[in-house]
Write a protein that binds this ligand. Structure first.
Ligand code: SF4
Length: 371
């Protein structure tokens, strides 16, 4: 295959749907978690769940980097943005994540100099152009985006930039998956493994899931045929009594990861002892902070940060959505008080959030179903 259209071929999709049907046991209910928000987006955008037998259920996991940022962390960012002389930079989704008293966009409306960037290198350019201002980059994302932050910090250090710092909220994927597997209300049959994270860490780190919990994992690409093939691979493992990590996304993911990226991550970051995840609570060693060699670029050491834990609004059920316990439409405020235009929770903000994906692509089908 050479072009992306070929990964969206409807006829091949029907063939794969038939093969999926041929490997499921009719009386058995299968629950498969797609870990990554990118997969959730593909599933709803292309109607992949409509091609599956009724007894194959897809549930959404915690792999949306914006969705897992807790309110207290947003408040910390807003506090830094209000510091005199600061230019606060972040990706577009972060601007709309609600903190306890508004968003970074609200802070901008109140006069804070908050700017959207497409890459940490944009933030570095702003720092070069404004030598009399302090430029802070609010870094979020899993291992997928952490290497670009790390390389930016290396460049800042090499250039001796003293007015650039990073508020690091990068998270790692394995600890929340382990926490999910330990959760007593979690009954899953297999995982569609996170293809983006795996381009950096490889497929090997997911071996603990079959080894310790007896569930298959298939690291998957993001096009509809990728996802369908991955579901077929998981169901085939279950039918054959196998349980292992397989790599459907071999055209991108090396089994052992991107060694150069892992090297730069090890140089620039170290694991935080604890980090709070929205809806999941504190998880040990689940996030990154700057290593001692890069401590001078740590915004949390340069500016006062409240660091206060803030409870989610009562109506918000993002935690249950992120754990796959409920579906987006089961949240009481889905599509009414909480919409992409006026989000209450994080899962409605990012396009990778399950609630936003479902709102944008799935709700019409659901509404039809209910008529
Ligand atoms: S509908 Fe809104 S509040 Fe409810 S889970 Fe989704 S994002 Fe959170």
């Amino acid at each position: 295959m050479r072009f992306v259209d070929e990964f969206r071929d409807a006829e091949l999709g029907q063939v794969l749907a038939g093969e999926i049907l041929s490997v499921v046991e009719p009386g058995r209910h299968y629950k498969i978690m797609e870990v990554c928000g990118g997969h959730t987006h593909s599933i709803y955008k292309y109607g992949i769940d409509d091609l599956l037998p009724a007894n194959v259920e897809l549930v959404h996991g915690p792999g949306c980097p914006v969705c897992v940022i807790p309110m207290g962390r947003v408040d910390d960012g807003i506090a830094v943005a209000h510091e005199p002389g600061v230019i606060f930079t972040c990706f577009g989704d972060m601007l709309r994540i609600p903190g306890s008293d508004g968003t970074l966009l609200d802070a901008k409306a109140e006069g804070a100099d908050v700017r959207m960037v497409y890459s940490p290198l944009d933030a570095l350019r702003i720092a070069r152009e404004n030598p009399d201002r302090q430029v802070v980059f609010f870094a979020i994302g899993f291992e997928t985006t952490a290497p670009s932050t790390a390389l930016t910090l290396k460049r800042a250090k090499a250039e001796g930039l003293e007015n650039f710092s990073c508020m690091c909220s990068h998270v790692t994927i394995v600890p929340p998956l382990r926490a999910l597997m330990e959760s007593p209300d979690m009954r899953l049959d297999g995982f569609i493994g996170p293809g983006h994270v795996a381009t950096v860490v490889g497929a090997r780190p997911f071996e603990f899931i079959p080894a310790s919990y007896g569930k298959p994992v298939v690291v998957s690409g993001f096009e509809p045929l990728d996802v369908l093939q991955s579901i077929h691979m998981i169901l085939t493992q279950l039918a054959e009594g196998r349980c292992e990590v397989e790599n459907q996304y071999r055209r991108v993911v090396p089994y052992d990861g991107n060694l150069k990226a892992l090297e730069v991550l090890a140089e620039v970051f170290e694991l935080r002892p604890h980090f709070e995840w929205r809806g999941l609570g504190f998880i040990s060693q689940s996030a990154l902070e700057l290593s001692a060699a890069y401590a001078d670029f740590d915004a949390e050491q340069r500016f006062p940060v409240p660091g206060v834990r803030v409870a989610d609004p009562k109506a918000c059920q993002c935690g249950e959505v992120l754990k796959g316990v409920i579906k987006p439409w089961e949240c009481k405020v889905f599509g009414t008080a909480c919409t992409p235009e006026r989000p209450i929770g994080t899962c409605m903000v990012s396009p990778e959030g399950a609630c936003a994906a479902y709102y944008n692509y799935g709700r019409f089908a659901r509404e039809r179903e209910l008529v």
